[in-house]
Design a protein around this ligand. Structure first.
Ligand SMILES: [Zn+2]
Length: 129
């Protein structure tokens, strides 16, 4: 027996203002595990599923190559994916969304000392033409 769950969540994407929707079919054991996690963590089930999916997505670690930096910065502002933002962006000293900038040493924040040393692997690939 499986259970379907309609997801009307997802992070808001820049641009069209729409939210993504995804139907996930869960095995009973997985569903039971997630229900226990939901109860224990207090996080919505949709967040837990999103975290589980993200945990399985391949990453690349800094240092990034010049080609990776170019791809990362191109994708960072295109609105197709959730952009990486500074963890301190709410402190009043950050303009706009607090977008991070890719460098060969990793992501840096133009407004503070925040850094991030990884990116999703698909983001770092050269865009196909
Ligand atoms: Zn910052």
């Amino acid at each position: 027996m499986t259970e379907q769950r309609k997801r009307a969540g997802g992070r808001p994407r820049k641009g069209d203002g729409k939210r993504s929707s995804l139907t996930v079919r869960l095995a009973p054991a997985t569903r039971e595990f997630l229900d226990l996690e939901e109860a224990a963590s207090g996080l919505p089930l949709t967040d837990l599923v999103e975290r589980a999916v993200e945990a399985q997505m391949p990453r690349v670690a800094a240092p990034f190559t010049a080609a990776q930096v170019a791809a990362l910065n191109q994708r960072q502002g295109d609105g197709r994916f959730h952009a990486f933002t500074c963890a301190n962006r709410g402190d009043g000293a950050h303009a706009g969304e607090g977008l991070l900038v890719a460098t060969t040493a990793g992501w840096v924040c133009p407004a503070c000392a925040y850094t991030q040393g990884w990116a999703w692997a698909f983001q770092a690939e050269e865009p196909s033409r």
